[in-house]
Structures are given as C-alpha cells and as structure tokens.
Design a protein around this ligand. Structure first.
Ligand code: ATR
Length: 281
C-alpha cells in the first residue's frame, strides 16, 4: 500500500518569483525565513521569464499547482495587464509585483510602496508626516511608491527627473492625493528637503543624479531604492552632503515580501530578524 494514503500533512504550497535576470533574487531566501517563523513548509522557486513570454509562464505555473508569484523587472507591467482583479494600490502604482489565484481569477497587488513605507516608519523610525520629500526619477519604481508616500502626509512631495515631462505627468496623475509637484534637477538649487529618495536607474550606470550639495535639511533621511552589500554611490554621496540617516532598499525588499507573504499565507512575519540575516550573509 502506498505511503501517500497515510500522508495527512498539509500540501506544500508553491510560489515563485518571475524576472529576467532572476538568479540573484533574494526572494526565495526571504520567504523561506518567513515560513520558518510559522513552521510552514513552502516551496518558493525562481522562474526566468522570457521577454514576451510572461503570460505563458504564469499560466504554466498555475497549471502545475502554483499558489502565487512575485514579479520583478521587467515584468511588473505585464503582470498589471494580466491580472483580472487589481487592488486599489496596484491600480495607483500601474504595476503589479504580487499575483495569486483565487476563484478562477488572477489577482494582482503591488506591495512595493507599503514595503517602503513600513521600512521608513517602522524599521528606520522616521516619521514622514509634515516632511518635505524629494523623489528622484519618474519611472515605474517611483510611480509604485507615490500613493503610500502621499498618504503618509508630507508637507510637499517634489518629483525631479532628467526628462521633466515624465515628472510633470506623474505629478498631475497624483495631484488628487496630496501636495505633489514636478521639477528639473536644475530647479532644485537653494531648496532643502527632509527626505531624498533615489528612484532613478542612474546607479546602474555608476552615475548620480545631479543634486545640489546643500539639499538636505538637518536630521534628513537619504534612501536609495537600490541595495547592495556595500553602501551605494547615492548613500555615500548623501552622507558626504550631510544627510543624517542613509539607507539602501534592502529593508523595503524584505517589507514588500512580508506583505506578499501575508496576502498568500495569512501570517504576518517579523521582518527585523530577516533583514539582519540578509545583511550578515
Ligand atoms: P524603473 O522601473 O526602475 O523606474 P524606468 O521606468 O526605466 O525604470 O525609469 C528609470 C528612471 O531613472 C527614469 O526616471 C530615468 O530618467 P529619464 O526619465 O530621464 O530617462 C532615470 N535615470 C536613468 N538613468 C539616469 C541618470 N544617469 N541620471 C539621472 N536619471 C536617470
């Protein structure tokens, strides 16, 4: 008689992260560390998506019994279009990083913005209410975090981008949600901010957005959405320019994963031990 007949253990749920490239993703490790906190057994893998083949990859994963997927570069827009049902925050973000299957439908959410907010407010302990925020960049990464940042109640949020038109479009889109305006980098001269968030892809080219040296107010926070084993170029620059708190996006990565884990498994993991564990590797 097969042993399977007497296997009453709960089915191991399957998850994956789809991206291209994907081999360096930390998501499998993060989700396994979360699962251990609840003695949950999960199977969390990586899927290398082919450009133009995202929908097929998701359908294949669902057909093989998958429960949910994380989505990373360059497929967040594909996921947005594929989802049958979007959460309001995914609608605002215009992009999806978390998918799951329920009731015959593909559901999509975006947990990046709430991940950033949780990292800034809970882990770093920085209150954004009443603060003047500068957001650098106007691409998908910045759009994904705008609504939660505005909900935190800053006095003003300025979006500065190399291509000003994109900053203007984003500012107009989010105007109903708070005080937000567009700027060029040049027009930032003689302006000071409590928070400067780097959402540009400049560091990928080993570059920095052209910011004035005196852009930080006292006790300011500089936050890079990118993360690396060493302080990023932007963090080093910000520290030299007088920012008191300088952080990379590792905390945001873990926090966005925690939100996805909660959606899928209805357990809210502790993030601090996972952030420490990742830092120590
Ligand atoms: P993502 O999804 O990561 O946001 P994206 O949509 O391609 O990627 O956006 C990249 C952002 O980084 C844009 O705001 C881009 O500015 P432009 O709109 O002018 O292209 C910005 N960016 C890229 N390289 C940059 C550089 N060297 N200096 C300043 N900004 C840069």
């Amino acid at each position: 008689m097969s042993d399977d007949l007497f296997d009453f253990s709960p089915k191991v749920r399957q998850f994956t992260v789809v991206g291209n490239p994907i081999e360096h993703s930390k998501s499998p490790q993060i989700h396994q560390l979360f699962a251990q906190q609840f003695d949950l057994r999960i199977d969390y893998g990586t899927t290398l998506g082919e450009v133009g083949g995202f929908n097929q990859a998701v359908q294949h994963f669902e057909a093989s019994g998958g429960a949910g997927l994380n989505v990373t570069v360059p497929f967040k827009l594909d996921a947005f279009h594929l989802a049958d049902q979007l959460t309001p925050r995914a609608e605002f973000a215009g992009a999806v990083n978390t998918l799951w299957f329920d009731g015959g439908k593909i559901h999509g959410d975006n947990t990046d913005g709430i991940g950033l907010l949780n990292d800034i407010t809970n882990n770093i302990g920085f209150d954004l209410a009443g603060k003047r925020i500068l957001l650098l960049g106007a691409g998908g990464a910045v759009r994904g975090i705008l609504q939660p940042l505005l909900e935190a109640g800053p006095s003003e949020l300025v979006i500065a981008n190399r291509t000003e038109g994109k900053a203007i479009d984003l500012a107009q889109l989010f105007e109903p949600h708070g005080s937000v305006k567009a700027s060029t980098f040049k027009a930032l001269e003689d302006q000071q901010f409590d928070v400067v968030i780097n959402g540009t892809a400049a560091s990928l080219q080993g570059e920095l957005p052209p910011l004035p040296q005196d852009c930080f107010k006292p006790e300011a926070l500089a936050y890079d959405l990118m993360y690396a084993a060493q302080p990023t170029l932007f963090m080093k620059w910000a520290s030299n320019a007088g920012a008191t708190h300088c952080h990379d996006g590792l905390g945001m990565l873990v926090e966005q994963a925690a939100e996805a884990f909660f959606i899928w498994n209805q357990h809210r993991p502790s993030t601090a031990p996972v952030i420490s564990a990742l830092r120590s590797y």
